[in-house]
Design a protein. Structure first.
Length: 497
């Protein structure tokens, strides 16, 4: 049966994005709507979201918060390529600033607890204003962690007494820790804060509240749902996740094959398919020219597009006097291109390596056109993540016949099949231990295969390009979970996969 579903999120493309969360919320909403569900999204109206093109509903909302209430404007837009309405809560004092969670180059905004309390409490006020009452509140990451808590407290009666909550962890490393005094913003008693998981230690934790209060919990890949139940990967949340293991499900993200398709990609100078790979050579040539590298199809080209951070393995790759990137480029006949922004030390180190290595180019920026060009023109794509809840670039790489080299973790392990150098089977190269030597060795393995077994590389490309990770399948599984969440809410028999 079709459900009314409200996605509560801090991001959704194309309106606000800092990572994969934004793409997931929009793509999942679009797919659920195509299945016949009534899906809507609520977001903050950040400074960067231009009012031009948004419809002003001319009905301000009073949102209870702190010792009183805040009044917010409400704007509406349409999610491109869908029937999904997107509602924006507009509050200049809290959202009218540069940056989603922090100023550019700075640390987190000190009032983030109040900012996202306004979003979460405002989601219920919006539903009341619209006279539209969700069957499911789908809350995403810590910024929406109070939604399940409010459904258990202030909003537990009519008209939301039959609503259920699903809470999705996109990255458990980010949790929304705040000092205890921020409890005043949330309008939750100390006893309820303890009972429902908001109060932890000497402060409050939005993510923990979502984990404890929600009807069901999901992660963005099956393997990640298991990894975060361990002390080494749970970031302090492993205890509650083990206790709620029967309520925890891993659903692999999909990707948008309309945007990421080498047969039609508008950013590529040539197109190609698994049946005809000849255009990939032309794209590689254009990529080499773009970055000022020698144009040579016989040299393996390695690409990376990433946030430049320790989580992504950059300490082991290029940490000063520690990382192996210099040795990789010095010792192997290859070319290397890295695109991204992030931690200042990493940006500077990559600039230094770019200046000293003739076969390495680093572009410290974000550029969508270059992202597509790197995916299409590279031979291999490196993702040495310390942990990776799902990952999207390895799925893009598979579609483009750019063989992923990934650490065996999270969604990377769920999507990439190990190369068998005897048979040529597989779709990429996996390794386990994250250290400079393992990175040096796995890149060397890929270089060896490129030069010594070109037929394996060619067959792996075609096999990789045939793999599909569609949102339709993921949306079907979420719809199934929504049914189970409502069963749980009503005290009916609860099922599991």
């Amino acid at each position: 049966m079709p459900y009314r579903i409200l996605m509560v999120s801090s991001e959704a493309t194309p309106f606000a994005k800092s990572g994969g969360l934004a793409e997931v919320v929009s793509s999942l909403s679009r797919s659920l709507a195509e299945m016949g569900h009534d899906v809507r999204i609520v977001l903050p109206r950040y400074y960067a979201v231009d009012l031009e093109g948004l419809e002003n509903l001319q009905t301000p909302l009073a949102v209870p918060i702190g010792l009183g209430e805040e009044w917010v404007g409400v704007f509406r837009a349409q999610l491109p390529g869908s029937s999904v309405p997107v509602y924006f809560l507009d509050h200049q004092g809290l959202f009218g600033r540069a940056g989603l969670y922090a100023p550019p180059g700075g640390s987190d905004f000190p009032d983030n607890a109040r900012r996202f309390t306004l979003l979460d409490r405002g989601a219920f006020q919006l539903a009341k204003m619209l006279n539209w009452y969700p069957d499911i509140f789908h809350a995403h990451d810590w910024q929406a962690g109070l939604v399940p808590l409010y459904l258990q407290t202030w909003e537990s009666r009519e008209p939301f007494n039959r609503s259920a909550s699903v809470f999705t962890i996109h990255n458990i490393g980010y949790q929304g820790h705040f000092p205890a005094e921020d409890l005043n913003n949330i309008q939750i008693s100390s006893s309820d804060a303890s009972r429902l998981g908001l109060a932890t230690g000497s402060g409050i934790n939005f993510l923990h509240a979502g984990l404890q209060s929600s009807d069901l919990i999901t992660t963005v890949s099956p393997r990640y749902s298991e990894e975060i139940k361990s002390p080494s990967m749970g970031f302090g949340m492993d205890g509650i996740l083990r206790r709620r293991s029967q309520d925890l499900f891993g659903i692999l993200n999909g990707i948008d094959y309309d945007d990421w398709n080498p047969e039609t990609d508008e950013y590529l100078p040539a197109h190609y398919s698994e049946e005809d790979l000849s255009g990939k050579v032309d794209v590689k040539r254009a990529l080499q020219k773009e970055f000022g590298l020698p144009v040579d199809p016989s040299v393996p080209l390695f690409g990376m597009i990433s946030r430049l951070a320790d989580q992504k393995g950059f300490g082991e790759l290029c940490g000063p006097a520690y990382g192996s990137l210099y040795s990789i480029c010095r010792d192997h006949n290859l070319q290397f291109i890295i695109l991204g922004t992030g931690e200042q030390w990493c940006e500077q180190e990559l600039r230094n390596l770019d200046a000293s290595l003739p076969n390495l180019r680093a572009a410290i920026t974000f550029n969508n056109r270059l992202s597509h060009l790197i995916e299409g023109g590279s031979d291999f794509f490196l993702m040495p993540s310390r942990y990776e809840p799902c990952g999207l670039n390895q799925m893009y790489s598979l579609r483009y016949g750019t063989l992923p080299i990934v650490r065996r973790t999270g969604g990377l392990a769920d999507t990439v099949e190990q190369f068998d150098q005897a048979s040529g089977e597989g779709t990429g190269f996996l390794f386990d231990d994250l250290n400079p030597k393992s990175l040096y060795d796995v890149v060397g393995w890929a270089v060896w295969a490129f030069y010594n077994h070109p037929e394996h590389i060619r067959n792996m490309r075609r096999r990789a390009m045939s793999r599909r990770f569609n949102w339709e399948r993921a949306a079907e599984r979420y719809a199934e979970l929504y049914t189970w969440a409502l069963d749980r809410r009503e005290g009916r028999f609860f099922r599991s996969w």
